[in-house]
Design a protein around this ligand. Structure first.
Ligand code: TEU
Ligand code: CA
Length: 548
């Protein structure tokens, strides 16, 4: 694990919603260039760009039609080169999004592949004959419906774990792997600093998926995955000073160790989702369940311990696929509670061991956006789920499904960044591609730069603390007071340096156990989301960091 990776704080940018420089209502690369100083101001040293490649336009850029061309709406490859140079000038590294489990159906390779079963690109994808005029097996797409789609030209079905417009690549085919490695090399020779790798754990599907069927989970972490990742690392990644983080849904700690342990020569770290899927039920995320802190504490602590010796954790609450952190895990019911809970959640997670990933807008406590009709939705996942649950299976009625989409839909994370209180929150001079959260008039970056007590200013302090204190980088993690249903308390230890972090996950004030009072009285309070701290109580969503 390279030191710069361990000492990094990554900011995830969803370009389409970050900043629009040319007034077409769509965020773009020149817009990111204009805002680079903002990352320096925050203390960010790595930015992760969600896909900016030519795309089929069905899944927010995650359906790539040309891996070496920039989608027109974001700009040109020269704009990208300028962004990279300007970022590097500011000691900001740039990692890109590698989406190679599938391509767009508009990719020239798939256009070739579907022409006929004898086409030389045919087995670059996963084609199977139907069975008695039905799909080859029973497996569902993550975006509703069957994961098989029939093609009239070559009279076969192709697999798509995601949308029809996202045919899965056949990683068994060495030509596919070599093409991916040359693509990675092409981007690394341009000077990028690494990749976030999309659904990297499902590259190798087990054979029964094609005959009997199964689930998305069955496709994760199959044996050949490690061969592919070792090959990718050996042939290209290891030749560069870069970082890799694999998106790894359905991955347990043992499987994670096999992916990120240094001696495995596969990935630097992964995103696992255990702590952000605790509310799921038989209908996945489409419910109104609220999380429980003790459950999340148990999960986060087990990952801290699980990867302590071998491997390295990523630390994230949200991303472009999750609802807004402040609404989902925090309390957005009043400005005061939004501020306190946002600061507490950042403290609780980012003081743990691992690399923090901050999703754009969470540093100012952006909240879920009020969505009342399907017309306001842009995300294929929500739209398809609505049709499945309301129209096809009649599991929910319109209003219940719209409530679930308002709570858990991915559009919540994709509303434009709220820069200031001017037209369109200062995001664009044109009509934005997606609804802007009406709370931008007060909840915006400009206001929070001025306000010393803002969430933004707190994030700046937290980020600099994280980078300044070796105990927060390399210290071990141990839970304290672990059966307390209200307080999440842990310590970090490095030689004789010790940090204690205490977080109240409740709106109500909670008394501090006397055993803890004795301990913290020996320390120095170095960070809190309250200016006055009571001797024996933590106030609403109060967090404290003590240097012992
Ligand atoms: O996400 C993988 C994935 O499983 C997501 O569908 C996510 O877990 C789910 O939407 C949460 O409800 C990656 C990308 O992050 C996502 O944006 C893409 O839609 C997906 O892969 C396909 O590329
Ligand atoms: Ca634009």
């Amino acid at each position: 694990m390279k030191n710069w990776v361990k000492n990094s704080v990554v900011y995830q940018i969803y370009p389409k919603s970050f900043y629009d420089s040319n007034g077409d209502g769509i965020g773009d690369l020149q817009g990111i260039i204009e805002k680079l100083d903002y990352f320096t101001y925050l203390g960010i040293n790595v930015i992760w760009l969600c896909p900016i490649y030519k795309s089929g336009g069905v899944d927010g850029g995650y359906d790539i039609a040309d891996y070496k061309a920039i989608e027109n709406q974001f700009g040109t490859i020269e704009d990208f080169d300028e962004l990279l140079a300007q970022a590097h000038k500011r000691d900001i590294r740039v990692i890109m999004d590698l989406v190679v489990n599938h391509t767009s159906d508009k990719h020239e390779f798939f256009i070739e592949s579907r022409k006929s079963i004898n086409n030389e690109k045919h087995d670059w994808y996963i084609w199977k004959d139907g069975k008695d005029y039905k799909e080859p097996s029973s497996i569902n797409s993550v975006f509703s419906g069957s994961a098989w789609e029939y093609d009239d030209d070559c009279k076969q079905y192709y697999l798509h774990l995601f949308a029809k417009g996202q045919p899965d690549l056949n990683w068994e085919n060495e030509k596919v792997r070599d093409y991916v490695y040359t693509t990675i090399k092409w981007w690394m020779d341009k000077g990028i600093d690494g990749f976030r790798m999309d659904v990297i754990t499902v590259l190798s599907k087990p054979d029964f998926i094609y005959t009997k069927g199964g689930s998305f989970e069955d496709c994760a972490n199959n044996p050949k995955l490690h061969n592919y990742l070792k090959e990718m690392n050996k042939k290209v990644i290891s030749k560069y000073d870069v970082m890799t983080v694999g998106e790894a849904p359905c991955t347990n700690i043992e499987e994670a160790k096999a992916l990120v342990a240094q001696d495995r020569d596969e990935l630097d770290m992964i995103f696992n989702f255990d702590h952000i899927t605790t509310e799921d039920n038989e209908y996945g995320k489409w419910n109104k369940n609220r999380y429980s802190m003790p459950k999340i504490r148990e999960i986060l602590a087990s990952w801290q311990k699980g990867l302590e010796e071998k491997g390295w954790n990523s630390l994230f609450w949200g991303n472009h696929d999750q609802p807004r952190l402040a609404s989902r895990f925090g309390d957005d019911s009043t400005k005061f509670l939004l501020e306190k809970s946002s600061k507490m959640l950042a403290t609780c997670l980012y003081c743990m061991k691992g690399t923090p990933y901050i999703f754009q807008g969470d540093e100012i406590g952006m909240t879920n956006v009020p969505i009342s009709s399907l017309e306001e939705c842009r995300d294929i996942e929500s739209i398809n789920a609505y049709n499945e649950f309301v129209n096809e299976k009649k599991i929910y009625d319109d209003s219940y499904m719209m409530d679930c989409i308002a709570l858990k839909g991915r559009d919540n994370a994709r509303t434009p960044i709220q820069w200031n209180s001017s037209l369109n929150a200062g995001f664009s001079k044109g009509k934005p591609w997606i609804k802007i959260n009406p709370n931008y008039l007060d909840l915006n970056i400009e206001n929070q730069i001025q306000d010393k007590q803002s969430i933004l200013q707190y994030y700046r302090k937290l980020i600099s603390l994280k980078k300044d204190l070796p105990v927060l980088i390399d210290g071990t993690f141990d839970l304290l007071d672990e059966n307390n249903d209200d307080l999440f308390t842990y310590k970090r230890t490095l030689n004789n340096h010790e940090i204690i972090v205490m977080c109240n996950y409740n709106k109500e004030s909670i008394s501090i156990p006397s055993s803890l009072i004795k301990q913290i009285n020996l320390g120095e309070l170095i960070l809190s989301n309250f200016e006055t701290n009571l001797e024996d109580k933590l106030q609403s969503y109060e967090s404290r960091v003590y240097l012992m």
